[in-house]
Design a protein around this ligand. Structure first.
Ligand code: ZN
Length: 327
């Protein structure tokens, strides 16, 4: 009986042998008809519970300390956000209604990516059901992004000497301009962005490596470019931690992007980025970033596919002793 119980326990533990970061406070108030489908976070969370994730699989985010924010953002900008005194042009660049709840969301999200980094360093992988706000710059926000959670978490991991080298693999359809600009001079950080050229941001920043695609490019062009670069940059840089922005917006039915990727193509993208990292034993933080499909269920299913790909790979490489085990 005890043996059976142990087998069942082990099976249950194996359902998701890594953790997720999520909060019920991942909402932005009433966005009315805004294109940002903030409900995707809750929908993915509920789906994960329905397919076997347990409460213990989830970690709560927190509001980071001021000093964690100030490694990345100017104190003037943080003061402005906290006091709610953004100018009308700053609000226009943000393209998001400003509210106390929205600001709380962005602070929590930054803490969520910090938590996800710690968990990934422990378990080899963590999925943040949120994050990836890559258009936030040091002194201003843009394109739905207030705080750059990836840069904040990465800088904290480095400052605390938990990692020496890091990499950002940004596969959102929009270029990771804020992240590239913030981390441009940072030693031992490699930023990679694969994105569509002829959409926002009009002015691209310089990542360590940028791959620009054009509207109409589909699975073949995308996957050929990705498979050309990913294994090579992993080998060359050998990061202690990778931040993977698994944006759902290169999808063919996205309202903001015009890349023509199918869900199958996006799954192959996930497989490439995740497998190549996990087989080398590189810890991975997966972040949702964008996704604006006509039907929110498509966005949810793309994010869930990423998680399933992560689970498959994590199990495989953990079994081979390459990755850590959930305590
Ligand atoms: Zn995007």
């Amino acid at each position: 009986m005890a043996v059976l119980k142990n087998i069942i326990k082990r099976f249950q533990k194996d359902k998701f042998p890594f953790q997720f970061v999520y909060s019920d406070s991942y909402c932005l108030g009433d966005l009315k008809n805004h294109v940002f489908p903030v409900e995707k976070y809750r929908l993915v969370y509920e789906k994960l519970l329905a397919i076997g994730a347990e409460k213990k699989n989830f970690i709560e985010p927190f509001v980071p300390a001021e000093k964690d924010l100030l490694r990345v953002h100017s104190s003037k900008y943080i003061k402005k956000i906290k006091s709610g005194r953004l100018s009308s042009s700053e609000l226009m660049a943000l393209e998001l209604p400003f509210s106390k709840q929205a600001m709380n969301f962005f602070f929590l999200t930054a803490g969520g990516t910090i938590r996800a980094s710690e968990a990934a360093l422990r378990d080899g992988l963590c999925v943040h059901i949120g994050g990836g706000f890559h258009h936030a710059f040091s002194d201003h926000g843009e394109g739905f992004c207030v705080l750059n959670d990836v840069a904040i978490a990465l800088e904290k991991m480095m400052a605390e000497k938990k990692i020496k080298k890091a990499m950002v693999v940004d596969c959102d359809v929009h270029q990771g301009n804020g992240t590239a600009a913030i981390l441009k001079e940072k030693k031992n950080v490699f930023t990679f962005s694969i994105h569509q050229m002829d959409i926002y941001p009009a002015e691209k920043a310089s990542s360590s490596l940028d791959v620009g695609l054009w509207s109409g490019d589909g699975d073949d062009e995308y996957l050929a470019a990705l498979s050309l670069h990913i294994p090579r940059i992993y080998e060359q840089h050998q990061p202690d931690l990778i931040y993977y922005l698994a944006g759902a917006d290169p999808y063919q039915k996205d309202k903001l992007g015009d890349l023509n990727l199918t869900q199958k193509g996006l799954e192959q993208r996930d497989q490439l980025v995740i497998e190549q990292a996990q087989k080398r034993g590189y810890p991975l933080v997966i972040l949702f970033a964008g996704g604006y499909a006509l039907d929110v269920r498509d966005v949810v299913s793309i994010h869930l596919n990423t998680i399933m790909e992560a689970r498959k790979n994590h199990k495989r490489w953990r079994k081979k002793g390459v990755l850590g085990i959930l305590k």
